[in-house]
Design a protein around this ligand. Structure first.
Ligand SMILES: Nc1ncnc2c1ncn2[C@@H]1O[C@H](COP(=O)(O)OP(=O)(O)OP(=O)(O)O)[C@@H](O)[C@H]1O
Length: 539
């Protein structure tokens, strides 16, 4: 394992023992610094305490947890997970019943409210705040009707902390620090919850990058990260601005996408951002690109095909591209269990990940879900887990998994069982639960690529109308990009996933909304004048 030599900026953020906010560019070591801080804090905690480490996605949380636990480091009773799972496990399930009565564990958790459920609420909310929750009796009525709406979890948690002495006491007694990654994607309710937890006495660390804000459509607002940087009384501000991941020419290109006045980094090497127009459709583009991958492998530019990622704004583009790719590949899509989005569905996903090997050991599952059970039960749980790994018959797998889910505390899983039946029936879904193979080229949307890094990026969808998203105006020539700021950040995220080289691909044919092919025009992003001289065109 290579040793980590922190820069002065990184070391200062690692050493600071007060509440801090870190703003950082892509590849500057945000995750690395968070890991170092957590590993520095946990040895000094008593065995019943831990830190709260919140990340935006489950994948990011697994990655952070793995990096914190490297070399058998004991992270004590730390929580690693998304903000929704923190709210649910640590506040809503144990404490909401004490304020609103009833049993939160009996409620159905829904990602989106259907039209009937929406009728309970007097307003239309994207991601409600605690004030909205307190002033609209519909939220309690929704709970009384057995519904817990995920978008209201942060507001509900703040409501609980404001109204329950025992909830406040519990968080203080159990946790010493709170960390939140990707703070630029926090909603107002999540921001207020973070501040509240800090006010309880925990030392707080928020980490983020305004320019990587890509979830504004669901209520996230980068302003909250900015607000922390200006709150000098409560947060020391640290900036990390050295990109350790990307070749300087990639940093220059990506930074100029955001800021036409960005002062370029001087470098003597070639430029490793390429633009390529490929004749035909996305399928044709894949047929064209496949020999490039063979060539890179042959010349040892990359060690494995999995070092190459194909990124696109739209999943449908990746699907079309995949039909022409001659290499083994993996297309990351949401499985039917992700679509359900409940806590139970998440655990079920992990059981499948364990069955198919992406979660390597039974111990990983035990540490995550069964740590609170008496030690004498562990041998039996290990045996049951091994049983699901070996099980080849679907209904027997479901029965065994249901037994484990019951042990964790779930008692209703019919919807999840049906999702597992669907997954089992389709190889492309089953594949999502297996470890990535070295020979698999990785295909994913730009949204899903956040936080990841690859040697080579092929960035699709560089046609006008595809990316940035464009909609028709009153006249045919009207230019109307409804989410330009967010799409610009998304483009920036995509380009900065590349270590060695980024290739921007435009196809001469583009499929329109009706599914018909027509001649494409270059994307708005390819016309930005500040990018001249910062890329090579390849033919
Ligand atoms: N001081 C350092 N020296 C050399 N490499 C480093 C250093 N700090 C971080 N790195 C490497 O740089 C890469 C990016 O680090 P990391 O993933 O922590 O960045 P990040 O800021 O979380 O990235 P992003 O926001 O783009 O996902 C990693 O491969 C990491 O190992």
């Amino acid at each position: 394992m290579s040793t980590f030599n922190p820069t002065l900026q990184q070391q200062a953020a690692i050493d600071c023992e007060d509440s801090i906010v870190i703003t950082a560019c892509p590849g500057s070591g945000k995750t690395t610094v968070m890991k170092e801080k957590i590993r520095g804090i946990t040895p000094n905690l008593s065995s019943h305490k831990g830190v709260i480490a919140i990340t935006f996605t489950k994948k990011a949380s697994e990655e952070l947890k793995k990096r914190c636990k490297e070399n058998a480091h004991d992270t004590k009773l730390s929580f690693f997970g998304t903000i929704d799972s923190f709210c649910l496990k640590e506040l809503i399930l144990p404490f909401l019943g004490r304020i609103w009565y009833g049993k939160p564990s009996d409620c159905k958790i829904v990602k989106e409210l259907d039209s009937h459920q929406q009728l309970y609420l007097s307003g239309k909310y994207n991601s409600p705040t605690c004030d909205e929750l307190s002033s609209d009796a519909g939220f309690k009525a929704l709970y009384d009707a057995g519904i817990l709406w995920m978008s209201s979890f942060a507001a509900l948690s703040l409501f609980i902390l404001n109204n329950s002495v025992s909830a406040r006491r519990y968080i203080r007694a159990r946790y010493s620090h709170v960390f939140i990654d990707e703070y630029q994607d926090s909603s107002q309710a999540q921001h207020e919850l973070f501040i509240k937890i800090k006010e309880l006495g925990l030392i707080a660390t928020a980490v983020g990058d305004i320019d990587q804000s890509i979830y504004q459509f669901r209520g996230s607002q980068p302003e909250f990260l900015l607000a922390l940087t200006e709150d000098n009384a409560n947060f020391q501000h640290f900036e990390l601005d050295l990109n350790h991941r990307c070749h300087p020419s990639i940093v220059n290109y990506a930074s100029r996408v955001l800021d036409p006045g960005y002062k370029l980094i001087a470098h003597e090497d070639d430029i490793y951002v390429f633009r390529r127009l490929i004749n035909g459709s996305l399928k044709n583009a894949a047929e064209h690109v496949s020999p490039w991958i063979d060539d890179w492998l042959e010349k040892n530019t990359i060690n494995n095909a999995s070092d190459v990622a194909i990124l696109a704004k739209k999943e449908i583009s990746l699907r079309e591209f995949s039909t022409g790719l001659t290499h083994n590949h993996r297309l990351y899509t949401d499985s039917p269990l992700n679509d359900i989005g409940t806590e139970c569905a998440d655990v079920y996903s992990d059981l499948l990940l364990y069955k198919y090997g992406a979660i390597p050991t039974a111990q990983d599952v035990i540490e995550k879900y069964f740590f609170q059970l008496p030690a004498r039960n562990m041998a039996d749980i290990r045996r049951q887990l091994k049983g699901i790994r070996a099980e080849a018959i679907l209904e027997a797998f479901i029965e065994k998994s249901n037994g484990l889910l019951e042990l964790i505390g779930f008692d209703e899983f019919e919807e999840e069982n049906d999702a597992v039946r669907l997954i089992w029936s389709k190889d492309t879904w089953v594949k999502l639960f297996k470890p990535i193979a070295k020979d698999e080229v990785q295909l994913m949307t730009l949204h899903k690529s956040k936080g990841l890094e690859f040697k080579i990026i092929l960035h699709l969808d560089m046609e006008e109308w595809s990316f940035p998203h464009r909609i028709p105006g009153d006249n045919w020539d009207d230019i109307n990009y409804p989410s330009l700021a967010e799409d610009t950040n998304l483009h920036y995220v995509g380009v900065t996933r590349a270590e060695l080289c980024c290739i921007l691909i435009r196809t001469s044919l583009r499929r329109n909304a009706q599914g018909n092919y027509g001649n494409s025009r270059p994307s708005y992003f390819l016309g930005l004048p500040q990018l001249e001289g910062l890329y090579q065109s390849i033919t």
